[in-house]
Ligand binder design. Sequence first.
Ligand SMILES: [Zn+2]
Length: 160
Amino acid sequence: MTRSIHERAQELIALAGAEDLPEGQQTWLRAHLQECVACCDYEEAAGRVVRALRSQPLAADSALVRATQMRVRTRSLELRQQRERTWLVCASCLFVGLSAAITTPLLWRTFEWMGAWAGVSSSVWQLGFAFFWIVPALVVSALLLARGTHLTHDEEKQWR
Ligand SMILES: [Zn+2]
């Protein structure tokens, strides 16, 4: 008889975790818990399990939200770096183009003057001009290319 009272109490405790008990059963359970240490311990343990179960979906949700936020932030950082690199390349091209537009006529005049001063034919100083003009452009191109490859390698290392 005594054993079945405790079983009944623990059954009610389990039910109480899932749904609201009728008033009479609640009163009976409270009265039993006040005089029975074993069932009181059981009730406490059951309460902990129920609370843990209830908090579980919330914890999973916030972890998912955090992971998603992290992914979004990483992607936007990636896009910003990409934009900055594109801007850098455009600025370099513009700078090279502008400086070429400014220096080419000056360089042409200088070579023309030097050719006249040295008394060589125009084809000689024009060849010299072409060589002098093309070599730095080739060097700059090679440097930009090397820098671009360097950046790409860095990025690959970073994401590996
Ligand atoms: Zn009991």
